[in-house]
Design a protein around this ligand. Structure first.
Ligand code: ZN
Length: 370
């Protein structure tokens, strides 16, 4: 793990200071968002991954539609890995790069009998691949907004994951900011880019060193996690940082760049619109034995070992693993937990996955496109 270094200590102190600043009100956020929109006059473009999935998914639907139906199973895994995406991502400040393509302009599905993989070669059609999105019960559960209901209607978390990873479930949007399965990384910005999760709450009965807000369902799950860790002898776990707004991330990232230079800042701090903390699904935790420690001091503690082995029981994963920088784009962060819900987290753990990108068959996202 990354042991504390001088710049990290400075970053940690600065991050805590920023995280403990009062959250802006909804009214203030809207005013800032409107001002930003007026300055830039644009939306962020769709990611290459999204466009690619729509192409592959559309082709898969054509194939499935041409087959005699009756498929009731969900797709089995077909390798969805391919080369790193090379398209544009949202810019950091929201004040540059006009004339970007709009999210509504998408290429037509490839008119081919066999779906093409991202590298242009023929991809094996998953059995029943596009059928999931044609199942009324699944669409109804998906449209209801209940992630758990949608996963259950898909036949469980592994069936859901497999359908997504095979490219055969184009109705499942991995970019929707309010879904527990959202994938936010250097190649995939939040949609909308100034997303603000509601309702928010603090985790009851949990120590904190900052404002510590997060999505209310995540806060409830974290309370259970912290309580279980205590009961099972791992010690006390506290919250260092939860939800961070787009505007707070602007300040945070700008500060890192000023201190470390852009290349080093990008290894530890997300550009605005690319942070999991903005979803309300991410939380940085610390060990609170005799007062709460720092995030850099979390690795190697009994709490960290317990979290690595048990977080999935409560719906969390350690998002940025040791040795996974080539996929995630971030250094090892044993303190950064990401909520994906207990169903998906169970499949993630039992499948031995190390990154959310691999879990959903997405390309690695080590760098920003620009
Ligand atoms: Zn974090």
């Amino acid at each position: 793990m990354a042991h504390p270094t001088q710049p990290e200590t400075r970053r940690s102190r600065r991050e805590r200071a920023l995280a403990s600043a009062p959250l802006p009100t909804r009214r203030e956020l809207r005013a800032r968002t409107q001002a930003r929109a007026a300055r830039s006059g644009r939306r962020h473009p769709p990611s290459v991954y999204l466009r690619r999935r729509l192409i592959v998914g559309g082709a898969a639907v054509l194939v499935v539609a041409g087959m005699v139906s009756g498929a009731t199973g969900i797709a089995s895994l077909v390798s969805g890995s391919d080369s790193a995406a090379d398209g544009s991502a949202a810019v950091a400040s929201g004040e540059a790069a006009t004339g970007m393509p709009r999210a509504t302009v998408l290429p037509a599905p490839a008119q081919t009998a066999v779906p093409l993989g991202a590298d242009g070669t023929e991809a094996e059609a998953a059995p029943g691949g596009g059928a999931l999105c044609d199942l009324p019960a699944f669409r109804e559960a998906l449209d209801s907004g209940s992630d758990a209901d949608a996963i259950a209607a898909a036949g469980g978390a592994e069936a859901f994951r497999s359908a997504v990873a095979s490219g055969g479930a184009p109705c499942i949007d991995l970019h929707a900011a309010d879904r527990t399965w959202v994938v936010v990384n250097k190649q995939n910005a939040l949609d909308p880019i100034d997303y603000w999760p509601e309702p928010q709450a603090r985790a009851e009965g949990v120590e904190r060193t900052s404002g510590g807000h997060m999505r209310a369902d995540v806060a409830a799950a974290l309370s259970q996690l912290v309580s279980a860790a205590r009961d099972e002898g791992a010690g006390e776990i506290g919250v260092n940082s939860g939800f961070r707004s787009y505007d707070l991330q602007v300040a945070t990232y700008r500060d890192y760049v000023g201190q470390l230079g852009q290349a080093n800042a990008d290894l530890t701090s997300a550009r605005p619109g690319h942070s999991e903390h903005q979803t309300g699904l991410a939380v940085d935790v610390v060990a609170c034995d005799d007062g709460c420690g720092t995030i850099e001091g979390f690795g190697g503690t009994p709490q960290s070992d317990w979290v690595a082995a048990n977080a999935h029981r409560f719906g969390f994963i350690v998002r940025y693993g040791d040795g996974d920088t080539a996929t995630t784009g971030y250094e090892y962060e044993p303190w950064h937990l990401r909520y994906i819900g207990p169903e998906l987290a169970g499949a993630y753990a039992s499948g031995g996955y190390r990154t959310l990108e691999d879990f959903f068959g997405m390309p690695p996202a080590p760098d920003y496109a620009d």
